[in-house]
Design a protein around this ligand. Structure first.
Ligand SMILES: Cc1cc2nc3c(=O)[nH]c(=O)nc-3n(C[C@H](O)[C@H](O)[C@H](O)COP(=O)(O)OP(=O)(O)OC[C@H]3O[C@@H](n4cnc5c(N)ncnc54)[C@H](O)[C@@H]3O)c2cc1C
Length: 461
């Protein structure tokens, strides 16, 4: 649909700098596709915004014409929040500029950039921002949710490197947000997700990373190696962050065929320090069992983000939780559940936290779970609705067996878990403060396609 044939309710989007993709556009289907499979929503228009003014105009159109509004950076929302049936999508992928000040060790990054794009741009300067374990995740989504990745123990969460942001609010104002300008909003966007405005640019402090050792280590999974892996990760120096995926071995070329389908720990090891210290820190992991594959070596951090298949569209059910440790009895539970499921892919992902992340006070940002020692995600892939319900029941039972209490949640890994779990992500005073910030900046909840924090009642201002 050309701009002059837009329906009357969308004529305000004519002569935008960015492209307006409507259902009759040949690129409509590819543009509306998001990362997860099984999400098949049909927006009235997807606007590939190119500047702040475009963003403002789409927000204003959604507000005045009554369209549901979705915001998309990398499109990896696990709950499918970055698209809408019949509404408008602000698609930030064209806004992916990375402006680096290597001397001042800061960068302004447009939020449509991916973790890989930013990491690549920074690599020639020996500088880094810690994002997550996937290079195709968008800077917008991961940063606003918090960001827990390969460098979390050394440099903290992604939000711990945020210095400032540019935010377009629901009433169309463009705000500079930092510790002195709009400080409550600055607090809220560091962990509170996309509730408070459309964030177009973020200024990050850059971390020097002159030496790095990392890669994949694959070990046989037994209750002993699983508990040993967790214990070694907890005892490791904070230069070392690990992500241990207990899962059936995928049919990857680096794994012998006879291992495919057998339970392994497929671990990402990341050491932010010199080679000798890395060898020492990684030795306890290599000693847990004879490695099936060991690709951990000194090299550029960028190698942690290998090329991804752009057509990969998994369908999965998942549950996220925090635990204190994985002792031998919990490791047995993990091994039992994963051994007994026949899902083509099922996983318990273990992420040891602590280090720099835990030194930030719990109320300094909207991510309050600073003291939690470990994050665990369990997931199962499925094909079709019938299998989905079976896998969902398995995931729930598995999660309950590992963590019977609702002891918090990381918003970045929540799916459509319901309002109770959103509150678990933001315990006590954090929730109350977020609801007040929401009331101040989005009182009508225009931005509700997210892990939603409804505005506090006006009397509580
Ligand atoms: C394969 C995979 C691996 C992952 N690994 C990690 C990991 O290691 N660590 C981790 O912390 N998380 C991880 N995540 C979770 C991920 O951080 C969240 O799903 C995140 O929201 C995705 O960001 P996105 O920009 O790609 O997604 P999108 O779907 O584009 O955005 C998700 C939501 O964020 C909000 N949003 C996004 N951009 C903006 C913006 N510019 N302004 C306002 N609101 C915005 C919107 O509410 C949107 O619905 C992973 C997810 C996947 C699918």
């Amino acid at each position: 649909m050309s701009a002059n044939t837009l329906p009357p309710s969308l004529t305000s989007l004519t002569s935008m700098a960015g492209r307006v993709v409507t259902p009759d556009d040949p690129d409509y289907d590819s543009t509306r596709t998001v990362f997860y499979g099984g999400i098949d929503k049909r927006p009235s228009a997807i606007v590939r915004v190119t500047n702040v003014d475009d963003v403002r105009r789409v927000i204003t159109t959604a507000r005045t014409e009554g369209y549901e509004l979705a915001v998309r950076s990398g499109g990896h929302s696990i709950a499918g929040h970055s698209t809408t049936d019949g509404g408008l999508v602000i698609d930030l992928r064209e806004m992916s500029q990375v402006d680096i000040d290597p001397k001042g060790r800061t960068a302004w990054v447009e939020t449509g950039a991916t973790a890989h794009q930013v990491t690549e741009a920074l690599s020639e300067h020996g500088l880094v921002i810690g994002f997550g374990d996937s290079g195709s995740v968008g800077v917008g989504g991961i940063t606003l949710g918090g960001g827990i990745g390969f460098l979390v123990r050394k440099f903290g969460m992604t939000i711990d490197s945020v210095l400032a942001a540019e935010v377009v609010t629901a009433d169309g104002r463009v705000l500079r947000v930092d510790a002195t300008h709009e400080p409550d909003l600055f607090w809220a966007i560091r962990g509170g997700g996309g509730n408070f405005g459309v964030v177009t640019r973020i200024q990050f402090r850059l971390n020097p990373l002159p030496h790095f050792t990392g890669g994949i280590l694959v070990l046989p999974a037994t209750p002993e190696s699983i508990a040993g892996f967790a214990a070694a990760s907890l005892a490791a120096p904070e230069e070392l962050s690990t992500i241990g995926n207990v899962m059936p071995a995928p049919p990857a070329p680096f794994l012998p065929a006879e291992i495919h389908g057998r339970l392994v720990i497929l671990a990402f090891i990341a050491f932010a320090g010199d080679d000798e210290a890395a060898t020492q820190a990684i030795a306890p992991f290599r000693a847990l069992a004879t490695p099936i594959a060991d690709m951990v070596k000194p090299g550029p951090y960028l190698a942690m983000y290998p090329p991804e298949d752009p057509n990969y569209r998994p369908t999965a059910v998942a549950r996220t939780m925090f635990v204190d440790s994985v002792d031998i009895s919990m490791a047995r539970t993990i091994h039992d559940y994963l051994s007994k499921s026949d899902a083509t892919m099922r996983v318990a992902q273990l992420r040891v936290l602590g280090g720099a992340m835990a030194r930030v006070p719990a109320d300094a940002t909207a991510f309050a779970h600073r003291a939690k020692p470990m994050l665990v995600n369990v997931a199962a892939f499925y094909q079709g609705d019938a299998e989905r319900e079976r896998r969902r029941a398995w995931v729930s039972a598995f999660a309950r067996a590992l963590q019977p209490r609702d002891d918090g949640a990381y918003v970045g890994f929540l799916t459509d878990d319901g309002q109770g779990r959103i509150r678990s992500a933001y315990p006590g005073a954090t929730w109350d403060r977020l609801a007040k910030v929401k009331l101040a900046y989005d009182p009508d909840n225009l931005l509700k396609l997210n892990q939603n924090i409804p505005p506090a009642s006006p009397g509580s201002r």
